[in-house]
Design a protein around this ligand. Structure first.
Ligand SMILES: [Zn+2]
Length: 579
């Protein structure tokens, strides 16, 4: 690589309403970390910035149910989510929160910029309120009798019995979900973001990106065909204040959560720069046409990243637009949708209490919903772990290192390489470039399948050459074969590090290296205006290491350990016991 690239990794912001399940992290988290680790291994300047999304009615609703203030509820869930992400090895440069003073300021600045440029329009509409609190009631929190079929528990947005779309004002005897509390309707005034003003520009911009996944282009082009102004303020006491006279002191008008959440990518980057003591450093990513921005998410989040956020950036006028929209399809569980409310869920924490993070990361990336909805089953989790991580990659590493360590104690000095030795090395080195091309374009499964196929090839080579037999008659040839295999293993380690950082770091040490190839994140506290908040961050060296292995003969090799654990087979669809 000639020039140093500047790469922003922007994983979607998890909503602070509970711990993460594997259907969440397969979309925003692991793909984002794989890209961040890959680009750092190529020596790029990477900024991975995100945090928890903490405003909005679902937070106030759940906080009320728990009898605690919304901020306390968000604090509790932020801590759970931080723990999930750190244990998964997510190398955020900054993972912050939308309740920081910095985020409020950046959100208000962008609001004012759009207001001054005439992109915000005031409109009156009818709104549904809780008369006890004065808060807006979202459509789905209102229930009543369906005016069409008479079903008594129709929701404000739709009747589950007859399937008709409804308006909350149409319901007969509307009341709040789960109680008899009344609902009030009255006129209310709000600011709307003039999305249609950006319609042509958005359409042309989306059409330019022929490389986006088909789902991303399809949803986005459908959406821009029929843009309407979108409310960016709400009747709510929990959120970023509206920075205008007559509004900012009104305790029941706030900026709408969708607007402040997407601005988080920018505000987190600014916070990272401030925390690093280089307050303007965020501009290297945001005010730089040469930088490259990846956004990772589940498919339910696409239009926020291809329509709403780009329109805000276009309205602001001088900030870098998204380059890559890496959206996953949905992960199901035994054929059904993940659902926290129905207990149909597998939490990240519960998986990591029993299994290694690399086993989960591997499964999610090789068998996850990269291009189509997929199903998580425990039997497939066990099969992938045992057949692929243990029997293919782990076995290659193990027999190579055990034989080299036992017979030589070091990287053996090779004799003359045969044509077979040389062509294997060439094939593995060529794969290094191929895997890089796949990863640049976020084709994770192609990258992983290629690397695992190469691991199988090297296993076949060892099986044919049998250095464990040759050692008895021809020590030099056995040493040459093990040297070739060690170089291949070293190259495969580079290709697999973005996916399998924990085991790759252990392998790096077993190959006699003393430095860090796969850093892990830290949790720190940062203070601002006397209040402190938790941030995931880390020191992640970015050195161009995506190069063919130059393992020196003679380097001492420590005693190797197994990289992966075999799991017991399961016949029923439940988690296997861990050994
Ligand atoms: Zn109905």
């Amino acid at each position: 690589m000639t020039e140093r690239r500047t790469v922003l990794i922007a994983p979607a912001w998890p909503y602070a309403n509970g711990p993460r399940h594997i259907g969440h992290v397969v979309g925003f988290a692991v793909p984002g970390d794989v890209l961040a680790r890959f680009w750092r291994l190529r020596g790029a300047r990477v900024l991975m910035a995100s945090g928890t999304d903490e405003h909005g009615t679902p937070i106030t609703y759940e906080a009320d149910k728990n009898g605690i203030p919304p901020k306390d509820f968000a604090d509790r869930n932020n801590a759970l989510i931080v723990d999930d992400l750190v244990r998964l090895g997510m190398t955020y440069d900054i993972f912050t929160r939308t309740t920081t003073a910095n985020h409020y300021r950046v959100t208000q600045d962008l609001f004012l910029k759009l207001f001054e440029r005439g992109y915000l329009v005031k409109k009156k509409q009818m709104g549904a309120f809780d008369p006890a609190t004065g808060r807006t009631l979202p459509d789905r929190y209102i229930e009543g009798k369906c005016p069409i079929c008479g079903y008594p528990e129709a929701r404000g947005d739709q009747c589950d019995n007859c399937g008709n779309q409804l308006d909350p004002a149409d319901l007969i005897n509307p009341h709040q979900r789960g109680s008899d509390a009344p609902v009030e309707f009255h006129e209310t005034e709000h600011f709307f973001f003039d999305l249609p003003a950006f319609g042509d520009q958005l359409k042309a911009w989306i059409e330019q990106h022929g490389n986006w996944r088909p789902n991303v282009r399809k949803y986005s082009l459908e959406y821009v065909r029929n843009l309407k102004p979108r409310a960016i303020t709400r009747d709510l006491d929990w959120g970023v204040p509206v920075p205008l006279p007559g509004w900012e002191d009104n305790p029941s008008k706030k900026i709408y959560v969708w607007f402040d959440a997407v601005i988080g990518y920018l505000s987190a980057s600014i916070e990272w720069a401030i925390n690093s003591g280089k307050p303007d450093a965020w501009k290297e990513w945001w005010d730089n046409p040469e930088s490259h921005h990846y956004y990772t998410m589940g498919k339910d989040n696409i239009t926020f990243h291809t329509v709403m956020w780009p329109a805000i950036l276009m309205g602001a006028g001088d900030l870098h637009l998204p380059d890559e929209i890496v959206a996953s399809e949905f992960l199901h569980m035994e054929g059904r949708k993940f659902s926290t409310s129905r207990g149909q869920v597998i939490y990240v924490k519960d998986v990591l209490d029993q299994y290694d993070p690399d086993a989960l990361r591997y499964y999610l990336m090789i068998a996850g919903p990269e291009n189509q909805d997929t199903d998580f089953t425990w039997s497939e989790f066990v099969r992938r772990n045992n057949d692929e991580l243990v029997a293919t990659w782990g076995n290659l590493v193990h027999r190579t290192l055990v034989n080299a360590h036992r017979n030589f104690g070091a990287v053996p000095q090779p004799g003359n390489l045969t044509g077979i030795d040389e062509s294997l090395i060439k094939e593995v080195e060529a794969a290094l470039d191929e895997v890089a091309k796949h990863l640049q374009e976020a084709r994770f499964q192609n990258a992983l399948k290629l690397a695992m196929g190469i691991a199988s090839r090297v296993n076949v080579y060892l099986g044919t050459e049998q250095p464990w037999h040759t050692i008895k008659s021809d020590r030099e040839r056995a040493g040459t074969v093990l040297y070739v295999a060690l170089r291949c293993v070293d190259n495969l380690k580079t290709m697999l590090t973005p996916f399998l950082p924990f085991s790759s770091q252990r392998l790096h040490a077993m190959l006699g290296y003393e430095d860090v190839i796969a850093p892990q994140p830290d949790v720190r506290e940062f203070s601002e205006n006397g209040a402190s908040h938790t941030v995931i961050t880390g020191e992640y060296e970015a050195v161009d290491r995506w190069r063919p292995s130059q393992l020196e003969p003679g380097r001492t090799l420590p005693a190797p350990q197994a990289l992966f654990k075999r799991l017991d087979d399961v016949s029923e669809e439940e988690p296997p016991p861990s050994s």
